[in-house]
Write a protein that binds this ligand. Sequence first.
Ligand code: PEP
Ligand code: MN
Length: 339
Amino acid sequence: MIIVMKPGSKENEISDITRVLESLGLSAHISKGTQVTIIGVIGDKRVLRDVPLEMMPGVDKLVPIVESYKLASRTFKPEPSIIDVGGVKIGGRELVMMAGPCAVESREQIIEAALAVKKSGAQVLRGGAFKPRTSPYAFQGLEEEGLKLLKEAKDASGLVTVSEVTSERAVEIANDYVDMFQIGARNVQNFQLLREVGRLKKPVLLKRGASTTVDEWLNAAEYIISEGNYSVVLCERGIRTFETATRNTLDLGSIPVIKNSSHLPIIVDPSHAAGKSQYVPALAKAAIAAGADGLIVEVHPNPRCALSDASQQLAPDAFDALCKDISKIAEIVGREFKV
Ligand code: PEP
Ligand code: MN
């Protein structure tokens, strides 16, 4: 349920309601819009049966939230959220480009990648250090050493960073090095891990699982937000279908669906959807045309030698050409992307 306050309601009216809710063991999540303030009520609503909340000063109306997720819903927060990652704003008019290699492999590789993607217009550097590989014998990432190199690349380029965390131990380590945690497709329903990143205040890039519905995905976001961390950005990266021509089937439809159901920004990963570098630009451009707030693209200085996902990573010149195209499409869809 949400409590919609009257326009111009006072701080003490909001805090009185919060106090009543908390005294009953409920939690109150406040969303201040330009027009009205909304209080999201989380917990067992049966305790409110005899409490005339609608009579309290400043209250306009009580509205039930029909979705299973609450705080991630547009009912709770009608205005789009803008998430700040070390000064980079995601969800505003300006598109955000995250780019970098699948995995951090060496100092030279990550610094070269960082400088190249920055030159093309990227604002965020990606690089995996804890790699969730299908085979236990495949390259598993450099772990803390990789995160140290990612931090060096941040310092050398001025880009903010995102890196995947695959366990609570990884969260603890990565917390000192990165600006944004990535929860990968395989961990979107690892509820302990979601709660863990929810307890920290660092922004989270939450990928969709290969077999997660939009509803399940938004409930995963709810796990993070309900712990107090509102800085969640969703990432569509393709789902598993009968089609095998691409690695995953990019669900472009999820972009307008998310925009309709949630206030959270959504970006698209065309690299893990395509699986082949030649298909990446088309999917990337389609995603921006469909209303995505940005992209996360795998870029490697020398893709053929990459230790993971070699077939889908773009070389820096292909990435540069893509950024130029994205900047043109941005204009058509009322967004902005500076190259
Ligand atoms: C990745 O970003 O390198 C990755 C493993 O992505 P996903 O979780 O989408 O497969
Ligand atoms: Mn990858």
